[in-house]
Design a protein around this ligand. Sequence first.
Ligand SMILES: [Zn+2]
Length: 486
Amino acid sequence: MARPIVIGLEVHLQLVTRTKLFCSCSTDYIGRKPNTNVCPICLAVPGTLPLLNDGAVALASRMGLGLHCEIQNYSTFGRKNYFYADLAKAYQITQYELPVATRGYLDIECEGRAKRVRIHHLHLEEDAGKLVHPTADGRLTGAAYSLVDYNRGGVPLTEVVSEPDMSSPAEAKEYVMRLRQLARYLDVSDGEMESGSLRVDANISLSNADGSLGTRVEIKNMNSLKALERALEYEITRQNKVLDSGGRIVQETRLWDDAEGVTRSMRNKETASDYRYYPEMDLAPVVIGDAEIDGYRGAMPELPWEKRERFAKSFGLSGEEVSILTEQKELAAFYEAVVASGAPTARAANWVRMEVLRVLNELGQDIRDFRVKPSVLADLVTRVEKKELSSTIGKEMLDALARNDLTLDEALERSGARVGRLSGDALGELIKRIISEQPDVVQTIKSGQDKKGGKLKFLQGLVMKEARGQADPQETAALLSKFLAG
Ligand SMILES: [Zn+2]
């Protein structure tokens, strides 16, 4: 029998403050010259004192409320001691005994099943610097030496620690996606895994036959959602093999190697006592009054699940449509603005979900960079809906508008598209001309040799092409038959 899988995740989110957690250095460190975004405080020069950034406390509280946590009136900082080159102080200032928020949950849905993942707590801490390895792939393996860059040191993070409530790699991935979505909805973090503003460590174990928990292994160094899933899959297989052959799982930290697709033992898992935690005497406890918590609560925006419910109700959209449109709040706002500008809800949903996302994907853009204003898309959708434009022309116009600063009318004029439908006598004239230009084809059809109708289709295709999508296929077919018979 398969051993039940038990997964808990620790997710670090970089908070979107302007300055670091305990000094006034900028948090905008990416791409800067190494060791220029530092000061005596984040370099831990003796005699300096940290000063807490209230903005970071506010953001962590907001995230805590989004996760249905209890925000603590009183929380404290401690020192987590370890010696590593990326940490100038040789200790990290973090919340340990009394974190800012505790006991929450996040509801997810995976493979059609709803699941509640409990949140143990959420705490504030400072980030460490970065080691730079001068190898071709930037990895430590094979490096003759390593350099250290403290620009990131002291950047505020909130760590969200879940209970071990996930039972598959797919659930773990879904949880991270929903957590990231929440952080983005709340403007707490940009949640980019590639740039490291969202980092995930996983704890995974396989339960014993009697239902008791197995030995847990921590996995680090997963830099994408795909890597998270792969690393967990790998680890499940590895642990099962060890147990099947009568072996024992060692409690340890393993590093995911994305290129090789394996996890490797890094070190035996530290226990809390290894870190010799002790209170940070340089910082006063964080006190958040009830009024302040109420203030944060009152300032909460619409949350992802609230938006999903409202979209389903107000716009009559399917579950899948709703989840695509609300995945990013900016896309949801764009859709709402298109509807507010008069486009029918279902049509607008189709256009945004299919065409807008297609164009953004082609251009490598985000909805925030999209050139087409919601009112312009609404105009386009409405004109297609009224059959003033064919949907083919509509899509071409969207492509043109997304790439150039044009009005819809300018784009139509520039493309030479016939505005309005081509039908009746005008369509008849076009068909007559094409018939006259294709005497051989017409002869084949008239002599009854076009048994499969391929030649007729060919003529129809020529007409549709010349009409630039403005002709109705059924009317075209009817007129073609009429003229060929005549
Ligand atoms: Zn600093």
